[in-house]
Design a binder for this molecule. Structure first.
Ligand code: NDP
Length: 467
């Protein structure tokens, strides 16, 4: 998978002088954080249109304040593995912006985690949470701990050690973490258990909890379902539906699994899934029975996607390696693409392959899966391109619904939560459409999402003064 490439930007985009100066200062102040530069650049480009019309935001240095985390917490996480050896990881929590509510955003456990990656994710989260219309600020955290190959006891010891520091900094009205890559229901359970013990209180301090201890129905499904609802909304602007559409999905974790489930419910056909070792292509389509196999493989047996091709005749597994300059998963005939693995998984070459193969809908389940060069190509061709901060906001939106249920000590039914999620995704889509048109770029969901997310936070910051 690629990272942010300078050439990607300069070759495709002519920056305005304001954005050029702003980015130069950001890079000087935050060196060696390419993903953070990439995420900020995309927002700055969109928001510069707003700043031209509203110089009061520029005078109040709103964007300059938004790129500076309100607080960055970095801590040591020592734990003992099954052989009795001491291990040391690094833990992080970035509390980015609390103008419209308590910090909210996931925890990622993956060896690639570093400060720059978490700052990009926390920055994106601020805009995403604003778009949901719920009162949530933005944050993100995690560790460079690698859960792969670890026993259940090792996962528990690590999560307990991680929370034995994090508990000081979070709380139901301060900062409410959730899951992300490497953090699912099991990890949230261990984290919650240690928080409860240390604080001696049972509160909704984490979301993604188990159903019988404060969790919400539909939270596990929400990001994937939301991304497909968003794609359906985009398709409806061209009087089309997902019925009969061929879809490429990457990843095979939480977001990918429920993306497949919802596509199947809406009559689409899914032909790919992946993990970090490679991808499977199943020309006949991944049906509900095959999806059940994947859920067991990934969530219970914690195996590799290659096993799918051993199990189902006709499916082909193709290995992929880090450092390849394109991903063959994106080089198949299809109508829609749902990247649902990780950042920068679609570069300019992959974007060109998708377009060549007929893809005209891209709904981003993962965060910032497309490089700047790839995004430029999608926008240039005018396809239905839903950026992650809009398309995958269903997860955090349902976390917001979990918080509401916790504070009212109520549990809503599956239908009730799903209906609210669907309504929120429709409203996010409508905001993107409205904002992109209001600021002179109709149909550009990138500008629509960035501007829609920015305005609410910017106005709250203006109201609250220089803090
Ligand atoms: P999971 O850990 O459940 O699954 C991640 C999947 O992506 C796995 O198949 C994993 O393969 C693959 N993957 C991760 N990193 C890489 C990499 N560097 N190269 C190749 N494949 C990789 O995570 P989620 O499904 O929760 O998250 C997926 C994406 O969705 C992330 O970008 C996340 O930030 C985003 N997201 C998640 C939300 C949520 O509610 N969970 C909400 C909004 C966005 P392997 O097992 O081999 O590592």
């Amino acid at each position: 998978m690629g990272t942010y490439v300078e050439d990607d930007v300069s070759a495709k985009t002519k920056m305005s002088p304001y954005v050029e100066d702003f980015m130069a200062e950001l890079k000087a102040k935050n060196p060696a954080e390419p993903e953070f530069h990439q995420a900020v650049f995309e927002v700055a480009e969109s928001v510069s249109i707003v700043l031209d019309r509203h110089p009061e935001y520029r005078a109040a240095r709103i964007l300059e304040r938004m790129v500076e985390p309100e607080r960055t917490i970095i801590f040591r996480v020592p734990w003992v593995d099954d052989r009795g050896e001491v291990r040391v990881n690094r833990g992080f929590r970035i509390e980015m912006n609390s103008a419209i509510g308590p910090y909210k955003g996931g925890l990622r456990l993956h060896p690639s985690v570093n400060l720059g990656i978490l700052k990009f994710l926390a920055f994106e989260q601020v805009f995403k949470n604003s778009l949901t219309t719920l009162p949530m600020g933005g944050g993100k955290g995690g560790s460079d701990f690698d859960p792969k190959g670890k026993s259940n006891n090792e996962i528990m010891r690590f999560c307990h050690a991680f929370m034995s520091e994090l508990f000081r900094h979070i709380g139901p009205d301060t900062d409410v973490p959730a899951g992300d890559i490497g953090v699912g229901g099991r990890e949230i359970g261990y984290l919650f258990g240690m928080y409860k013990k240390l604080r001696n209180e049972f509160t909704g301090v984490l979301t993604g909890k188990g159903l019988n201890w404060g969790g919400s129905l539909v939270r596990p499904e929400a990001t994937g379902y939301g991304s497909v609802y968003f794609a359906a909304e985009m398709l409806s602007t061209r009087n089309q539906t997902l019925q009969g559409k061929t879809c490429l999905v990457s990843g095979s974790g939480n977001v990918a699994q429920y993306t497949v489930e919802k596509i199947l419910q809406l009559g689409g056909k899914v032909v790919t899934l992946s993990d970090s070792n490679g991808y499977i292509y199943d020309e006949q389509g991944i049906d509900q029975k095959k999806l059940a196999f994947i859920m067991d493989l990934k969530n219970v047996r914690r195996g590799r996607i290659a096993e799918y091709a051993d199990k189902f005749k006709g499916a082909v597994f193709t290995p992929t390696k880090a450092g390849m300059d394109f991903n063959p998963l994106w080089d198949h005939k299809a109508d829609c693409a749902f990247p649902s693995a990780t950042q920068n998984e679609i570069n300019a070459k992959d974007a060109a392959n998708l377009l060549k193969n007929g893809v005209f809908v891209v709904s981003e389940g993962s965060n910032m899966p497309t490089t700047i060069g790839g995004v430029s190509l999608f926008l240039e061709k005018g396809i239905l391109y839903g950026p992650g901060k809009a398309a995958n906001a269903g997860g955090v939106a349902t976390s917001g619904l979990e918080m509401s249920q916790n504070s009212q000590r109520l549990s809503w039914s599956r239908e009730e939560v799903d209906q609210k999620l669907h309504g929120i995704m429709k409203r996010i889509h409508a905001t993107c459409v409205e904002m992109s048109a209001r600021f002179g770029t109709p149909g550009n969901y990138v500008n629509g999402a960035n501007i829609g997310g920015f305005l609410k936070v910017a106005d709250a910051m203006m109201d609250q003064g220089v803090v």
